[in-house]
Design a protein around this ligand. Structure first.
Ligand code: HEC
Ligand code: HEC
Ligand code: HEC
Length: 350
């Protein structure tokens, strides 16, 4: 028995030394050109599947069938993911196919994963493969939007994809726009509706819009969609961009159906607040005639966007400019019913 213990101890000391010597010798090849052996490839993917399956066990997906979830995610996919995975509108450069492992065509592999597993992959990325993590780790709603889009991707032809992403099709009518085509692909008024998760920019103050862009750029306001959109914009074009949106004439809008009781409950809270819960009157800051330009306009903003922002403020995750703490404390004690009522009120107030 004592002799066996001795061997074990010697092996425990020697093995790391041999391993280290092998790594130091340079004999271990790191060439991507020859690919993995079939067995290495199998083991790596087996480990990846196990890890993702285990990590996603405790995650329950929210409802993902709202078609509005797809809009921002499709645009983001075209600018942030298609370079590696390709898309119905974009072939990949050959250099990408020489990556090890090569990024798969997602149309083919998405059906193999559950929603919770896709969430895990998109949010955290995949180590040792080049698959990056979502740029913002503090909020999950954008990642779920991407999962909703990925579900739809296998059934999308090029035309449906171009329509969903808003890219490629723009500008063909000979319109001259001062905007980078990407802003309009998501924010063009004609692409939005009352339940969009993408905000309307038209009619907001220049000061507020400029502040928002700087906040996204600096990471003070977390959004993977907007971070990518502003990452490569030169700072000196921002004032022109916000001037365009602030001074644009809003398109005429039809009033969509709403629950009058919910609207009334929202109106009461917005006008009076609720002192028992330390909720201030929203209209004491927002949408006044001489309002501080740092307070965004809420009337007519899209309902789903308003809901999400209020949820983010309530959790302390929204971020923003130097005055955002006012809003974080205003939203702290809102309950779900308050948020539904306030979004219905401001979303349908013209
Ligand atoms: C720099 C290149 C690159 C970018 C950009 C990229 N990916 Fe990937 N992605 C990869 C690679 C490489 C893999 C791993 C392939 C493997 O080994 O299975 C992968 C894997 C995946 C998978 C799992 C598919 C499977 O079965 O392996 C999904 C889903 C995915 N990516 C979605 C996305 C989304 C959504 C985006 C954009 C937010 C994105 N990727 C951006 C390279 C990239
Ligand atoms: C892929 C879709 C997409 C693209 C492209 C995009 N945006 Fe956005 N934008 C969004 C979404 C989604 C939000 C809401 C993000 C959040 O939750 O903070 C947003 C928010 C904003 C806001 C904040 C509005 C508010 O009321 O607080 C501004 C300003 C803005 N975008 C301007 C731009 C400009 C300028 C461009 C072009 C450089 C652009 N966006 C490109 C999707 C997009
Ligand atoms: C003391 C002033 C103040 C009060 C009261 C206030 N807000 Fe705000 N609100 C702000 C400021 C400032 C911002 C901008 C934060 C930033 O982005 O820096 C804001 C932003 C928002 C936004 C985000 C809009 C967008 O375009 O992204 C929503 C939604 C909002 N407020 C709703 C409300 C509601 C609902 C109430 C009432 C419960 C309320 N606010 C009360 C000051 C206030």
């Amino acid at each position: 028995m004592t002799i066996r213990w001795k061997y074990l101890i010697i092996a425990a000391i020697l093995l790391p030394i041999i391993g280290f010597a092998f790594a130091w010798s340079g004999l271990m090849s790191v060439k991507a050109s020859t690919g993995h052996w079939a067995v290495t490839d199998w083991v790596l993917h087996w480990m990846m599947r196990n890890s993702i399956a285990t990590a996603s066990l405790s995650r329950t997906p929210p409802p993902l069938d709202d078609p509005n979830l797809v809009a921002g995610a499709a645009g983001h996919f075209e600018t942030g993911c298609a370079i590696c995975h390709g898309s119905p509108a974009q072939l990949r450069p050959p250099s990408v196919m020489a990556m090890l492992p090569p990024p798969p065509d997602l149309k083919e592999v998405v059906p193999e994963w559950s929603d919770a597993q896709l969430f895990e992959i998109v949010k955290y990325g995949v180590r040792f493969t080049g698959m990056p993590a979502w740029p913002v780790q503090t909020r999950d709603d954008e990642v779920w939007s991407m999962v909703a889009f990925l579900r739809k991707l296998p059934d999308m032809n090029a035309q449906a994809y171009v329509k969903a992403s808003g890219l490629h099709g723009l500008g063909t009518a000979g319109e001259v726009s001062p905007l980078p085509i990407t802003c309009e692909s998501c924010h063009a008024e004609s692409r939005l509706n009352d339940e969009s998760f993408i905000p309307r920019l038209v009619g907001q103050s220049e000061a507020y819009l400029l502040q928002a862009l700087k906040d996204y750029h600096a990471g003070r306001r977390p959004s993977g969609f907007m971070q990518l959109a502003v990452a490569t914009l030169p700072q000196d074009v921002l004032p022109d961009l916000v001037h365009y949106y602030a001074t644009q004439q809003a398109l005429p809008r039809t009033v969509t159906a709403f629950d009058p009781q919910l609207f009334e409950a929202g109106a009461r809270l917005a006008q009076r607040g609720r002192s028992a819960d330390k909720i201030p009157a929203c209209l004491s800051c927002h949408d006044r005639t001489q309002a501080n330009p740092a307070y965004p306009k809420l009337s007519g903003q899209n309902g789903a966007y308003l809901r999400r922002q209020l949820e983010l403020f309530r959790q302390g995750l929204r971020g923003g400019g130097t005055a955002q703490h006012l809003m974080t404390s205003a939203a702290k004690n809102l309950n779900d019913a308050d948020i539904a009522a306030l979004s219905a009120f401001f979303g349908h107030r013209r």
